[in-house]
Design a protein around this ligand. Structure first.
Ligand code: TXA
Ligand code: MG
Length: 356
Protein backbone atom coordinates (compact mmCIF):
# COMPACT_ATOMS: atom_id res chain seq x y z
CA UNK A 1 0.00 0.00 0.00
CA UNK A 2 1.22 3.45 -0.90
CA UNK A 3 0.00 6.46 1.02
CA UNK A 4 -0.04 9.77 -0.85
CA UNK A 5 0.44 12.66 1.55
CA UNK A 6 0.00 16.29 0.54
CA UNK A 7 2.31 18.71 2.30
CA UNK A 8 2.78 22.39 1.57
CA UNK A 9 6.28 23.85 1.90
CA UNK A 10 4.77 26.97 3.49
CA UNK A 11 2.90 25.11 6.21
CA UNK A 12 4.52 21.80 7.00
CA UNK A 13 2.22 19.53 9.02
CA UNK A 14 4.43 17.89 11.64
CA UNK A 15 2.16 14.85 11.95
CA UNK A 16 2.37 14.10 8.24
CA UNK A 17 6.15 14.50 8.13
CA UNK A 18 6.43 12.26 11.18
CA UNK A 19 4.41 9.53 9.48
CA UNK A 20 6.77 9.58 6.48
CA UNK A 21 9.86 9.77 8.72
CA UNK A 22 8.67 6.72 10.65
CA UNK A 23 8.52 4.80 7.38
CA UNK A 24 12.14 5.75 6.67
CA UNK A 25 13.13 4.60 10.18
CA UNK A 26 11.25 1.38 9.50
CA UNK A 27 13.34 0.62 6.40
CA UNK A 28 10.64 1.61 3.90
CA UNK A 29 10.88 3.85 0.82
CA UNK A 30 9.49 7.40 0.71
CA UNK A 31 9.18 9.63 -2.36
CA UNK A 32 9.72 13.27 -1.39
CA UNK A 33 10.04 16.64 -3.14
CA UNK A 34 13.28 18.57 -3.41
CA UNK A 35 13.86 21.92 -5.13
CA UNK A 36 15.36 20.11 -8.16
CA UNK A 37 13.27 16.97 -8.80
CA UNK A 38 11.48 14.40 -6.62
CA UNK A 39 13.66 11.79 -4.89
CA UNK A 40 12.94 8.19 -3.88
CA UNK A 41 14.59 7.80 -0.50
CA UNK A 42 15.63 5.34 2.19
CA UNK A 43 17.75 5.36 5.36
CA UNK A 44 21.28 5.61 3.89
CA UNK A 45 22.62 3.26 6.59
CA UNK A 46 20.04 0.56 5.88
CA UNK A 47 21.56 -1.68 3.24
CA UNK A 48 18.40 -3.66 2.57
CA UNK A 49 16.24 -0.56 2.12
CA UNK A 50 18.79 0.99 -0.26
CA UNK A 51 18.90 -2.24 -2.25
CA UNK A 52 15.13 -1.95 -2.64
CA UNK A 53 15.57 1.49 -4.31
CA UNK A 54 17.68 -0.12 -7.04
CA UNK A 55 15.07 -2.82 -7.49
CA UNK A 56 12.00 -0.60 -7.86
CA UNK A 57 13.83 1.87 -10.11
CA UNK A 58 15.35 -0.91 -12.20
CA UNK A 59 18.64 0.91 -11.66
CA UNK A 60 22.03 -0.52 -12.63
CA UNK A 61 23.97 -1.60 -9.53
CA UNK A 62 27.05 0.40 -10.62
CA UNK A 63 25.18 3.72 -10.42
CA UNK A 64 25.59 5.16 -6.90
CA UNK A 65 22.99 7.17 -4.94
CA UNK A 66 23.09 10.72 -3.58
CA UNK A 67 23.00 10.96 0.20
CA UNK A 68 20.80 13.83 1.44
CA UNK A 69 21.55 15.57 4.72
CA UNK A 70 19.91 18.38 6.70
CA UNK A 71 22.78 19.52 8.94
CA UNK A 72 26.52 19.95 8.50
CA UNK A 73 27.39 17.51 11.30
CA UNK A 74 25.70 14.77 9.24
CA UNK A 75 28.29 15.34 6.52
CA UNK A 76 31.01 13.97 8.82
CA UNK A 77 28.96 10.81 9.40
CA UNK A 78 29.08 9.84 5.71
CA UNK A 79 32.12 11.59 4.21
CA UNK A 80 35.70 12.59 4.89
CA UNK A 81 35.85 16.33 4.32
CA UNK A 82 38.94 18.54 4.77
CA UNK A 83 38.18 21.21 7.41
CA UNK A 84 38.82 24.13 5.09
CA UNK A 85 36.21 22.86 2.65
CA UNK A 86 33.43 23.15 5.24
CA UNK A 87 33.45 26.95 5.13
CA UNK A 88 33.31 26.94 1.34
CA UNK A 89 30.45 24.45 1.16
CA UNK A 90 28.59 26.41 3.80
CA UNK A 91 28.23 29.21 1.23
CA UNK A 92 26.61 26.89 -1.33
CA UNK A 93 24.34 24.67 0.76
CA UNK A 94 21.47 24.18 1.13
CA UNK A 95 20.86 24.19 -2.61
CA UNK A 96 20.80 22.37 -5.94
CA UNK A 97 24.43 21.20 -5.94
CA UNK A 98 25.84 17.78 -5.02
CA UNK A 99 29.45 17.21 -3.99
CA UNK A 100 31.59 14.08 -4.22
CA UNK A 101 33.85 13.30 -1.24
CA UNK A 102 35.73 10.28 0.10
CA UNK A 103 33.04 8.15 1.70
CA UNK A 104 32.77 6.63 5.18
CA UNK A 105 30.42 4.36 7.12
CA UNK A 106 28.00 3.75 4.25
CA UNK A 107 26.91 0.36 2.96
CA UNK A 108 28.51 -0.54 -0.38
CA UNK A 109 25.20 -0.54 -2.19
CA UNK A 110 24.83 3.25 -1.71
CA UNK A 111 28.20 4.12 -3.27
CA UNK A 112 28.09 1.24 -5.77
CA UNK A 113 31.37 0.03 -4.30
CA UNK A 114 33.26 3.30 -5.02
CA UNK A 115 35.40 4.88 -2.30
CA UNK A 116 33.59 8.18 -2.84
CA UNK A 117 30.08 9.38 -2.01
CA UNK A 118 27.74 12.02 -3.45
CA UNK A 119 26.18 14.28 -0.79
CA UNK A 120 23.64 17.08 -1.01
CA UNK A 121 21.82 19.36 1.43
CA UNK A 122 18.60 20.29 -0.38
CA UNK A 123 16.88 23.62 0.29
CA UNK A 124 13.31 22.32 0.00
CA UNK A 125 11.82 22.59 3.50
CA UNK A 126 9.82 19.37 3.22
CA UNK A 127 12.96 17.43 2.32
CA UNK A 128 14.89 19.05 5.19
CA UNK A 129 12.12 18.29 7.72
CA UNK A 130 11.88 14.69 6.52
CA UNK A 131 15.62 14.13 6.99
CA UNK A 132 15.52 15.86 10.37
CA UNK A 133 12.58 13.81 11.67
CA UNK A 134 14.05 10.57 10.29
CA UNK A 135 17.27 11.41 12.13
CA UNK A 136 19.39 9.69 9.46
CA UNK A 137 20.88 10.75 6.13
CA UNK A 138 18.55 9.76 3.29
CA UNK A 139 19.94 8.07 0.18
CA UNK A 140 17.81 9.09 -2.78
CA UNK A 141 18.13 9.02 -6.54
CA UNK A 142 15.60 10.83 -8.70
CA UNK A 143 12.08 9.35 -8.40
CA UNK A 144 11.70 7.86 -11.86
CA UNK A 145 12.10 4.40 -13.35
CA UNK A 146 15.62 4.28 -14.88
CA UNK A 147 15.86 5.93 -18.33
CA UNK A 148 12.54 7.82 -17.86
CA UNK A 149 12.46 11.59 -17.25
CA UNK A 150 12.82 12.58 -13.59
CA UNK A 151 9.62 13.32 -11.68
CA UNK A 152 8.91 17.03 -11.26
CA UNK A 153 5.36 16.52 -9.94
CA UNK A 154 4.08 13.94 -7.48
CA UNK A 155 1.81 12.42 -10.14
CA UNK A 156 4.89 11.43 -12.17
CA UNK A 157 6.18 9.46 -9.19
CA UNK A 158 2.70 8.00 -8.63
CA UNK A 159 2.75 6.71 -12.23
CA UNK A 160 6.16 5.07 -11.70
CA UNK A 161 6.00 3.86 -8.08
CA UNK A 162 2.44 3.55 -6.76
CA UNK A 163 2.26 0.26 -4.85
CA UNK A 164 6.04 0.00 -4.64
CA UNK A 165 6.85 2.58 -1.95
CA UNK A 166 5.32 3.30 1.47
CA UNK A 167 4.72 7.02 0.98
CA UNK A 168 4.65 9.58 -1.82
CA UNK A 169 4.77 13.12 -0.46
CA UNK A 170 3.06 15.54 -2.83
CA UNK A 171 4.79 18.89 -2.36
CA UNK A 172 3.71 20.47 -5.64
CA UNK A 173 5.80 21.22 -8.73
CA UNK A 174 9.59 21.22 -8.40
CA UNK A 175 11.07 24.72 -8.27
CA UNK A 176 13.94 24.04 -10.73
CA UNK A 177 12.76 20.91 -12.58
CA UNK A 178 16.31 19.73 -13.36
CA UNK A 179 18.59 17.65 -11.16
CA UNK A 180 21.37 19.10 -9.05
CA UNK A 181 24.78 19.97 -10.48
CA UNK A 182 27.33 17.31 -9.45
CA UNK A 183 30.90 18.44 -8.65
CA UNK A 184 33.76 16.15 -7.66
CA UNK A 185 35.59 17.68 -4.70
CA UNK A 186 37.38 14.44 -3.81
CA UNK A 187 40.44 15.45 -5.82
CA UNK A 188 41.91 18.53 -7.48
CA UNK A 189 41.28 20.01 -9.93
CA UNK A 190 37.57 20.05 -9.13
CA UNK A 191 35.50 18.61 -11.92
CA UNK A 192 31.93 18.86 -13.18
CA UNK A 193 30.33 15.41 -13.37
CA UNK A 194 26.79 16.47 -14.25
CA UNK A 195 25.51 19.92 -15.23
CA UNK A 196 22.34 20.83 -13.35
CA UNK A 197 20.30 23.48 -11.62
CA UNK A 198 23.26 25.34 -10.10
CA UNK A 199 25.16 27.25 -12.79
CA UNK A 200 28.82 26.26 -12.95
CA UNK A 201 30.01 29.84 -13.34
CA UNK A 202 28.31 30.77 -10.05
CA UNK A 203 29.94 27.80 -8.33
CA UNK A 204 33.34 28.82 -9.69
CA UNK A 205 33.05 32.16 -7.87
CA UNK A 206 33.19 30.20 -4.62
CA UNK A 207 35.13 27.03 -5.53
CA UNK A 208 37.60 28.39 -8.09
CA UNK A 209 38.19 26.80 -11.48
CA UNK A 210 36.01 23.77 -12.26
CA UNK A 211 37.01 21.47 -15.14
CA UNK A 212 34.20 20.74 -17.60
CA UNK A 213 35.02 17.46 -19.38
CA UNK A 214 34.30 17.33 -23.14
CA UNK A 215 32.37 14.12 -22.63
CA UNK A 216 29.58 15.91 -20.69
CA UNK A 217 27.19 16.12 -23.63
CA UNK A 218 27.96 12.81 -25.27
CA UNK A 219 26.39 9.41 -24.71
CA UNK A 220 29.18 7.15 -23.48
CA UNK A 221 28.48 3.48 -23.70
CA UNK A 222 31.74 1.77 -22.90
CA UNK A 223 34.91 2.50 -21.02
CA UNK A 224 35.57 4.54 -17.93
CA UNK A 225 33.21 7.37 -17.05
CA UNK A 226 33.70 9.78 -14.21
CA UNK A 227 30.13 9.57 -13.00
CA UNK A 228 28.46 6.22 -13.59
CA UNK A 229 25.05 7.79 -14.19
CA UNK A 230 26.29 9.67 -17.24
CA UNK A 231 26.85 6.60 -19.38
CA UNK A 232 23.23 5.54 -19.61
CA UNK A 233 20.50 6.72 -21.95
CA UNK A 234 18.53 8.97 -19.76
CA UNK A 235 15.60 11.28 -19.22
CA UNK A 236 13.82 9.80 -22.25
CA UNK A 237 10.17 9.60 -23.14
CA UNK A 238 9.14 6.07 -24.15
CA UNK A 239 8.37 7.31 -27.66
CA UNK A 240 11.26 8.29 -29.95
CA UNK A 241 12.46 11.86 -29.62
CA UNK A 242 14.36 13.38 -32.58
CA UNK A 243 16.89 16.11 -31.96
CA UNK A 244 17.58 18.61 -34.78
CA UNK A 245 20.68 20.76 -35.05
CA UNK A 246 18.56 23.88 -35.22
CA UNK A 247 14.98 25.10 -35.15
CA UNK A 248 14.78 25.75 -38.91
CA UNK A 249 15.34 22.08 -39.68
CA UNK A 250 12.68 21.19 -37.13
CA UNK A 251 10.27 23.60 -38.83
CA UNK A 252 10.93 21.95 -42.24
CA UNK A 253 10.46 18.51 -40.71
CA UNK A 254 7.15 19.55 -39.15
CA UNK A 255 5.96 20.71 -42.59
CA UNK A 256 6.95 17.38 -44.14
CA UNK A 257 5.27 15.27 -41.43
CA UNK A 258 2.06 17.27 -41.66
CA UNK A 259 1.96 16.77 -45.42
CA UNK A 260 2.13 13.01 -44.78
CA UNK A 261 -0.52 13.10 -42.03
CA UNK A 262 1.91 11.70 -39.47
CA UNK A 263 0.95 12.05 -35.81
CA UNK A 264 3.82 13.92 -34.18
CA UNK A 265 4.50 16.44 -31.43
CA UNK A 266 7.02 19.28 -31.21
CA UNK A 267 8.84 20.68 -28.15
CA UNK A 268 9.41 24.36 -28.81
CA UNK A 269 9.94 27.72 -27.16
CA UNK A 270 6.75 29.81 -27.50
CA UNK A 271 8.47 32.23 -29.93
CA UNK A 272 8.24 29.59 -32.70
CA UNK A 273 4.63 28.61 -32.20
CA UNK A 274 3.35 30.25 -35.39
CA UNK A 275 6.16 28.90 -37.57
CA UNK A 276 5.97 25.23 -36.62
CA UNK A 277 3.42 22.95 -38.27
CA UNK A 278 1.33 20.29 -36.54
CA UNK A 279 -1.35 20.55 -33.89
CA UNK A 280 0.54 19.07 -30.93
CA UNK A 281 2.92 21.76 -29.83
CA UNK A 282 4.35 21.27 -26.37
CA UNK A 283 5.45 24.75 -25.36
CA UNK A 284 8.57 24.67 -23.19
CA UNK A 285 8.38 28.32 -22.20
CA UNK A 286 10.04 31.44 -23.51
CA UNK A 287 13.53 31.44 -24.99
CA UNK A 288 14.17 34.53 -22.87
CA UNK A 289 13.28 32.68 -19.68
CA UNK A 290 15.60 29.66 -19.50
CA UNK A 291 14.39 28.82 -15.98
CA UNK A 292 10.91 28.27 -17.45
CA UNK A 293 12.29 25.91 -20.10
CA UNK A 294 14.29 24.01 -17.47
CA UNK A 295 11.21 23.67 -15.25
CA UNK A 296 8.95 22.39 -18.03
CA UNK A 297 11.34 20.08 -19.88
CA UNK A 298 10.79 16.78 -18.05
CA UNK A 299 7.04 17.17 -17.59
CA UNK A 300 6.65 17.87 -21.32
CA UNK A 301 8.77 14.78 -22.14
CA UNK A 302 6.28 12.78 -20.08
CA UNK A 303 3.39 14.41 -21.95
CA UNK A 304 4.67 12.99 -25.24
CA UNK A 305 3.89 9.52 -23.92
CA UNK A 306 0.35 10.55 -22.94
CA UNK A 307 -0.81 12.14 -26.19
CA UNK A 308 -1.76 10.73 -29.59
CA UNK A 309 1.61 11.15 -31.32
CA UNK A 310 4.11 8.62 -32.60
CA UNK A 311 7.27 10.72 -32.26
CA UNK A 312 8.51 14.00 -30.82
CA UNK A 313 10.74 16.66 -32.40
CA UNK A 314 13.03 19.01 -30.52
CA UNK A 315 15.82 21.36 -31.63
CA UNK A 316 19.09 22.28 -29.98
CA UNK A 317 18.84 25.71 -28.37
CA UNK A 318 21.26 28.15 -26.85
CA UNK A 319 20.11 29.64 -23.55
CA UNK A 320 21.51 32.40 -21.34
CA UNK A 321 21.42 30.27 -18.23
CA UNK A 322 20.87 26.56 -17.53
CA UNK A 323 22.36 26.13 -21.01
CA UNK A 324 24.73 23.27 -20.23
CA UNK A 325 22.13 21.42 -18.18
CA UNK A 326 19.14 21.82 -20.51
CA UNK A 327 21.16 20.83 -23.59
CA UNK A 328 22.64 17.90 -21.70
CA UNK A 329 19.17 16.55 -20.84
CA UNK A 330 17.95 17.04 -24.42
CA UNK A 331 20.96 15.25 -25.92
CA UNK A 332 20.64 12.33 -23.49
CA UNK A 333 16.89 12.07 -24.02
CA UNK A 334 17.24 11.87 -27.80
CA UNK A 335 20.06 9.31 -27.53
CA UNK A 336 20.85 7.95 -31.00
CA UNK A 337 18.10 9.98 -32.70
CA UNK A 338 20.20 13.01 -33.61
CA UNK A 339 19.59 14.44 -37.08
CA UNK A 340 21.33 17.23 -38.95
CA UNK A 341 18.60 18.07 -41.43
CA UNK A 342 15.26 17.03 -42.91
CA UNK A 343 16.82 14.84 -45.60
CA UNK A 344 18.58 12.70 -43.04
CA UNK A 345 15.46 12.70 -40.87
CA UNK A 346 13.22 11.36 -43.65
CA UNK A 347 15.56 8.42 -44.21
CA UNK A 348 15.70 7.77 -40.50
CA UNK A 349 12.02 7.75 -39.53
CA UNK A 350 10.41 5.23 -41.91
CA UNK A 351 10.32 2.56 -39.24
CA UNK A 352 8.91 4.90 -36.57
CA UNK A 353 5.90 6.54 -38.21
CA UNK A 354 2.77 5.76 -40.22
CA UNK A 355 2.12 7.75 -43.37
CA UNK A 356 -1.61 8.20 -43.86
O1 TXA B 1 18.74 16.82 -7.91
C1 TXA B 1 19.19 15.71 -7.68
O2 TXA B 1 20.41 15.47 -7.67
C2 TXA B 1 18.19 14.58 -7.42
C3 TXA B 1 17.48 14.88 -6.09
C4 TXA B 1 16.56 13.79 -5.68
O3 TXA B 1 18.43 15.13 -5.12
N1 TXA B 1 18.83 13.31 -7.38
C5 TXA B 1 19.37 12.73 -8.48
O4 TXA B 1 19.93 11.48 -8.27
O5 TXA B 1 19.34 13.22 -9.58
P1 TXA B 1 20.33 10.47 -9.42
O6 TXA B 1 20.64 9.22 -8.73
O7 TXA B 1 19.31 10.44 -10.44
O8 TXA B 1 21.68 11.04 -9.97
C6 TXA B 1 22.86 10.95 -9.20
C7 TXA B 1 24.07 11.19 -10.06
C8 TXA B 1 24.28 10.03 -11.01
O9 TXA B 1 24.73 10.54 -12.25
C9 TXA B 1 25.38 9.24 -10.28
O10 TXA B 1 26.16 8.44 -11.14
C10 TXA B 1 26.18 10.36 -9.66
O11 TXA B 1 25.23 11.29 -9.23
N2 TXA B 1 26.96 9.88 -8.50
C11 TXA B 1 26.51 9.43 -7.32
N3 TXA B 1 27.53 9.05 -6.54
C12 TXA B 1 28.66 9.27 -7.23
C13 TXA B 1 30.05 9.09 -6.98
N4 TXA B 1 30.48 8.59 -5.82
N5 TXA B 1 30.94 9.42 -7.94
C14 TXA B 1 30.51 9.95 -9.10
N6 TXA B 1 29.21 10.15 -9.42
C15 TXA B 1 28.30 9.81 -8.50
MG1 MG C 1 18.24 10.17 -12.10
Amino acid sequence: MTRIIKISENRIGKKRIRYAANQIKDGKLVVFPTETVYGIGANAFNEKACREIFKVKNRAADNPLIVHICRFDQLKEVAVVPDKLFKVIDRLWPGPVTFIFKSRNLPKVVTAGLDTVAVRMPSNKIALELIKESNVPIAAPSANISTFPSATEARHAVADFFGKVAVIIDGGRSKFGLESTVIDLSKKPYRLLRPGSYDVSRLEKVLGKIIIPDSINKTVRKGKVLSPGMKYRHYSPKKPLFLFDNINELISASRFLESKNVKFATFIPCEYKAKVNGNKKLILGSRDKPDEIARNLFSSFRKLDEIDAEIGLIADMKLDSFDLAVRNRIVKAAGENKVKNVKQFIKFIDSYVTYR
